[in-house]
Design a protein around this ligand. Structure first.
Ligand SMILES: N[C@@H](CCC(=O)N[C@@H](CSC=O)C(=O)NCC(=O)O)C(=O)O
Length: 277
């Protein structure tokens, strides 16, 4: 498995780097970014995997969230993959919420998507294997994300509490089977049978969970997607019913943007660092 370095920038004593590689799971070239804190030059460090939202690439989080100063202090690496397979041979759609840039962190079963849209397996298996083979990191992993990426972090984490120490999310799509973004994407990627959708819905997965994987969510009260797409009250209800130890903060006046993420990313990094021991 070879990886090609695209960029390297020193940042807070560590390094931000971008790489491209041929993904066996996605069957196309794929990009990711990694921040290696200064501690990584001396010892292996734990890793936070960040999953971005609709329309994003590996760059949005790294350039806008302001995470690297605290990651450098805490000695945590951050890995941000692209949000879907990409390229001329990869199926796409003109809409921003389907196709390239909108992989929804699932394994598509329907044509024409299933040939490349296998982001669930990519994030769970191929990416950590590649990161752990090429960089000075431990097998101690946590998962975080925003919006569509928050959905990815919650669903992958809830299904694999053995693989992750903690999960956090900003403005996640917690109940995609009951919102327009999720229903549109799941119909295309998974087909019309809603039974197949349940495996990718955080509310449904929390109902079945027998783990107590630490989960921390921040949601802005002025998010323009709050009522139609995000519906955090659905996850709060499941957590209450299950007595699941969910921490969910409603942040007054904040919207869906990276200004919100930049404001609270330090809390999320410290939360993960406390579990990444
Ligand atoms: N262009 C769309 C909205 C796209 C958008 O808001 N994307 C968010 C994630 S939304 C959920 O997954 C994002 O992170 N954008 C990138 C950024 O750098 O802000 C529209 O017109 O509604």
């Amino acid at each position: 498995m070879t990886i090609e370095n695209i960029s390297s920038n020193k940042c807070f004593g560590g390094w931000h780097k971008q790489y491209q590689h041929q993904s066996r799971v996605l069957n196309c070239a794929m990009r990711f970014a990694i921040y290696l804190p200064p501690q990584a030059s001396e010892q292996k460090v734990p890793v936070l995997y960040w999953l971005s939202g609709l329309t994003c690439t590996d760059e949005n989080f790294m350039q806008k969230a302001g995470a690297m100063r605290i990651a450098a202090e805490l000695g945590v690496a951050i890995v941000a993959p692209d949000t879907s397979p990409r390229g001329g041979e990869v199926a796409d759609d003109a809409a921003y919420d389907l196709g390239q840039g909108a992989g929804f962190y699932l394994n598509a079963t329907q044509a024409p998507w299933q040939a490349h849209y296998q982001m669930y397996d990519y994030v769970r298996d191929e990416l950590p294997e590649l990161i752990e083979n090429h960089f000075p990191v431990t097998e101690s992993r946590s998962l975080a994300g925003h919006s569509m990426g928050g959905h990815g972090a919650l669903t992958i984490g809830l299904k694999h509490p053995d693989l992750y120490r903690s999960v956090s999310a900003f403005s996640p799509i917690v109940n995609p089977i009951n919102c327009p973004w999720g229903q549109k994407a799941f119909t295309q990627y998974l087909g019309k049978n809603r039974d197949a959708w349940l495996a990718y819905d955080a509310c449904e997965l929390m109902k079945q969970a027998s783990c107590d994987l630490p989960i921390f969510i921040d949601q802005g009260s002025s998010d323009n997607f709050l009522e139609e797409q995000l519906r955090p009250e659905a996850l709060i209800a499941v957590a209450k019913e299950k007595e699941y130890p969910l921490i969910l903060r409603l942040q007054e006046g904040y919207d869906h943007s990276y200004f919100f993420i930049a404001t609270f990313i330090e809390d999320h990094l410290r939360f993960h660092a406390s579990h990444l021991v």
